[in-house]
Design a protein around this ligand. Structure first.
Ligand code: CTP
Ligand code: MG
Length: 235
C-alpha cells in the first residue's frame, strides 16, 4: 500500500535563536526542509509528502520545493500550518487525499534521518502495529522535579525513574491512517508527539530502533552537529 508522509515545518524555531523559520535554515547550503523531504522520499514506499509550511511562507516553500530535485515518484502538497505542532499535523492530515492507508509524521527539524529508519517504521506498521515510534535508550539519567517554590529557588528532585525502561523517541512516527485521524479528532490535551495521542485512545504503540542521526535540530549546538554529520556523509 502506498505511504503518505506529513512533515510539520511551520514552527519558528525559537530555541534555535533569531533568523529564518527553522525549516528554512540551511545545512550544507540546502534548507533543512529539503533535506527532510528527501530523507522521506528516499523510501520507495513514500508516494506523497504533505509539507505543512509557516502560514505566511507557503509560496516561498512551494518555490523552494520546485527548485530542488526530488524523486519522480513523489507527489508534493504544501498547506499552511497552525500555532502548535499538533494543529499543524492535523491540518496536514486534512489535506491527505484518499488512498494512503499508512501515514508517517516527520519533523522537518530531523533532516538527517536515514532511509533505513524510515523503512523500519513503515515495515512495522505493515506488520500490523497501529502506531510505531523510532526509539533510543537514554544516555543521561532523568530526574523528576517539582516546580521551584519561587523563581530562583532550587527545584526539589522527587524521583529518578528507572532509565533502562525509558526511551527517547524520534520521527518519523508511523500510523494506520484511520487510527491517527481518530486520535487527532479525539484528543484535545496538549501533547508533544502524535504517538501519545494514539496511546490516549488505548491503542497499541510499539517501538523500532531509532538512529542517532535522526536527532532533532533544536538548539544552536544541534546545527553544528548536523553540519558535521552532513560533511562526514559527503566524504
Ligand atoms: N511545528 C509546526 N507548527 C508549529 C510548531 C512546530 O509545524 N506551530 C513543527 C516544527 O516546524 C518542527 C516540528 O514541529 O519541524 C518539531 O517542533 P520543534 O522542534 O519544537 O520546532 P519549533 O517549534 O519550530 O522550535 P521551537 O519550539 O524552538 O520554537
Ligand atoms: Mg516547538
Amino acid at each position: 500500500a502506498p505511504v503518505a508522509a506529513v512533515i510539520p515545518a511551520a514552527g519558528r524555531g525559537v530555541r534555535l535563536g533569531p533568523g529564518a523559520p527553522k525549516a528554512l535554515r540551511t545545512l550544507g547550503g540546502t534548507p533543512m526542509l529539503i533535506h527532510a523531504v528527501r530523507a522521506l522520499a528516499a523510501s520507495r514506499a513514500v508516494r506523497l509528502v504533505v509539507v505543512v509550511a509557516p502560514p505566511e511562507g507557503t509560496t516561498e516553500v512551494k518555490s523552494l520545493l520546485d527548485a530542488h530535485a526530488l524523486p519522480e515518484r513523489t507527489d508534493i502538497l504544501v498547506v499552511p500550518g497552525g500555532s502548535s505542532r499538533q494543529e499543524s499535523v492535523r491540518l496536514g492530515l486534512q489535506a491527505l487525499p484518499p488512498g494512503h492507508d499508512i501515514v508517517l509524521v516527520h519533523d522537518a527539524a530531523r533532516p538527517l534521518v536515514p532511509v533505513d529508519t524510515v523503512d523500519a517504521v513503515i515495515e512495522a506498521v505493515r506488520a500490523g502495529a497501529p502506531a510505531v515510534v523510532p526509539a533510543l535508550p537514554l544516555a543521561d539519567t532523568v530526574k523528576q522535579v517539582e516546580p521551584a517554590a519561587a523563581p530562583g529557588e532550587p527545584e526539589p528532585v522527587v524521583a529518578t525513574p528507572d532509565r533502562s525502561l525509558l526511551r527517547a523517541v524520534q520521527t518519523p512516527q508511523g500510523f494506520d491512517r484511520a487510527t491517527l485521524v481518530r486520535a487527532h479528532e479525539t484528543v484535545t490535551t496538549d501533547v508533544t508527539d502524535d504517538a501519545s495521542m494514539v496511546e490516549q485512545l488505548g491503542e497499541r504503540v510499539v517501538t523500532v530502533p531509532g538512529h542517532e542521526e535522526a536527532f532533532k535540530v533544536t538548539r544552536p549546538l544541534d546545527l553544528v552537529l548536523a553540519e558535521a554529520v552532513l560533511a562526514r556523509r559527503r566524504l
